[in-house]
Design a binder for this molecule. Structure first.
Ligand SMILES: Nc1ncnc2c1ncn2[C@@H]1O[C@H](COP(=O)(O)OP(=O)(O)OP(=O)(O)O)[C@@H](O)[C@H]1O
Ligand SMILES: [Zn+2]
Length: 503
């Protein structure tokens, strides 16, 4: 038998020497983040920082194994740090309970690390870290899972493509807080309605709790507010979820608050219904129902589902079951109306509801393992050995669940984020677009421009370099925007020196 000293090391000497000297930032301590942190600790990293904005929810416990029942309600980053220290008390590890998009975490914050590992669940935060790492020239390993699928990708300025080099399909998963507290799109209300169906009629699943999340760092509730027991399921549902959400005052400082809707109002309200047209021969499933119709169908469906439930232990949601689909359509539309979100037809709701994807612990573990294997190569600056790797469900065509690109993917030369001369050509109708809309719709929503170092005043390039060419038009409004438009120090890494606006 070979003695321990003769067993070869899994990692070569160069990497073994680099690991304890490297400083790593992990962004997100959720499903992938917990696995990544454990892998880092067990492979000898000595200097780690973690940032996560969320607190621990019961629904996280089945896969975010650094957290236990007694940690529910506590900040993920703080508890993750404590759990990692129990693996190895000698690690230097710092936790931030905050959003990585906050102005405190600007370019200078990122420059302190040798490597950044993303373990996030939303595109806005990913875009932000992408830009920060490009600006600070720090390698970033980007990762994500969606059900049984996943992906790991290296982003290194001047070597690989960046997170924003290619347009991405619409996002399919949503942060829990958005579903429970701050829906802004029809899909958020549809996911919520589906979870509510399971909570009322299905098997108990803490992952699908629809109660407003008072632990959301954006929210704050003063005291406990109990809801009177009306003995009426419909009224209970509306009261319980609406009163609570309206009480989370801090959520509504910068957003339009939800407007509670009583049962009486709902029964007579028309809402955003498709205009009734006597010549309209389209099926009712293709039309957006009025709120009064939603309320009527909702009440009928509840009684049907209750009768069904009396015969079985629980009901299983199925998009092809009429009552289940009527419940989700009407419930999602009533919630959308309350939150001033456009309503959807039953047909559109069905296609969205059929596409909702569960989180799979094993997929997170596999992806996190690959993240840390990539990290070793990045520390040795072997970037060419880090092509993107994809995890996918076993298919009839291939017995492999992992596939890697043949080589690293180079940057898109016209990427407006990472190309050496970023260029954005925007067409706007100056007769209708206001400066505020320009800022909110174009700069923030589409181009995702924020001012990360505004507080520290360390990224003044936006005002200096933004030149808007306003062909033959009155520029007064846009000059106002440049000087007082609320973007004091600009988008940090995204230089828009030759942004052109054409009417
Ligand atoms: N802007 C941000 N700054 C810091 N952390 C963030 C930010 N956006 C998201 N996160 C964190 O990224 C993590 C992503 O993990 P994960 O996808 O497992 O989400 P989750 O909310 O814990 O689980 P689920 O969405 O499945 O309920 C979460 O812990 C979330 O709080
Ligand atoms: Zn790019």
């Amino acid at each position: 038998m070979a003695s321990i000293s003769s067993v070869p090391y899994a990692l070569d000497e160069q990497i073994r020497k680099l690991i304890p000297k490297s400083k790593v930032l992990v962004v997100g301590a959720g499903g992938i983040g917990c696995e990544v942190l454990k892998n880092l600790a067990l492979s000898g990293f000595q200097d780690i920082e973690i940032i996560d904005l969320d607190t621990i929810d019961v629904s996280n416990l089945n896969r975010q194994f650094l957290f236990r029942k007694e940690h529910v309600g506590k900040p993920k980053a703080v508890v993750a740090r404590e759990s990692i220290l129990s693996y190895n008390p000698n690690i230097k590890i710092k936790a931030y309970h905050d959003s990585v998009t906050s102005q405190e975490y600007g370019i200078n914050f990122f420059k302190r690390f040798n490597l950044v590992l993303n373990a996030l669940d939303n595109r806005a935060a990913r875009n932000h870290v992408n830009r920060m790492c490009l600006a600070a020239d720090i390698p970033l390993i980007e990762s994500g899972t969606s059900g049984y699928s996943g992906q790991v990708e290296l982003i290194k300025k001047g070597v690989t493509q960046c997170y924003e080099c290619q347009p991405k399909p619409p996002q399919k998963t949503f942060p829990g807080c958005t579903i429970r507290n701050t829906p802004s799109e029809p899909v958020h209300c549809i996911v919520w309605a589906k979870h509510l169906f399971n909570q009322l009629f299905g098997e108990d699943d803490p992952d699908q709790d629809v109660s407003p999340d008072a632990e959301d760092p954006e929210a704050k509730v003063d005291g406990e507010h109990s809801v009177t027991d009306t003995g009426n399921l419909l009224a209970d549902v509306i009261l319980l979820f609406l009163i609570k959400i309206c009480l989370l005052e801090n959520l509504w400082k910068t957003r339009k608050p939800p407007v509670p809707l009583s049962w009486e109002e709902a029964a007579s309200h028309e809402g955003d219904a498709t205009k009734e047209d006597e010549n309209n021969v389209r099926s009712t499933d293709m039309q957006v129902w009025s709120i009064s119709k939603c309320a009527k169908v909702f009440a009928e469906t509840i009684s049907l589902l209750n009768t069904d439930l009396a015969k079985r232990n629980f009901l299983v949601w199925d998009k092809d079951d009429k009552a289940a689909m009527d419940f989700v359509t009407t419930c999602a539309n009533i919630r959308s109306h309350i939150f001033s979100i456009p309503q959807k037809s039953k047909f559109a709701t069905k296609s969205i509801a059929g596409n909702i994807i569960p989180a799979i612990a094993t997929a997170n573990a596999i992806i996190a393992g690959l993240v840390v294997l990539h990290a070793f190569k990045v520390l040795a600056q072997e970037y060419e050995k880090c092509p993107s790797i994809y995890l996918r469900k076993k298919s009839v065509h291939s017995k492999f669940i992992l596939a890697a690109d043949k080589q690293i993917t180079r940057a898109n030369p016209i990427c407006y984020v990472c190309s050496p001369k970023p260029f954005v050509h925007v067409f706007v109708n100056v007769e209708v677009m206001t400066v505020k809309e320009f800022e909110n719709e174009l700069l923030k929503k589409h181009l995702n421009m924020v001012a990360p170092d505004a507080k520290s005043g360390k990224s003044p390039e936006f005002n200096e370099t933004l030149k808007i060419i306003w062909r033959g038009r009155d520029t007064t409004k846009l000059q106002d925007f440049r000087t007082h438009g609320g973007m004091p120090s600009g988008p940090g890494p995204l230089k828009v020196s030759n942004l052109q606006i054409s009417s």
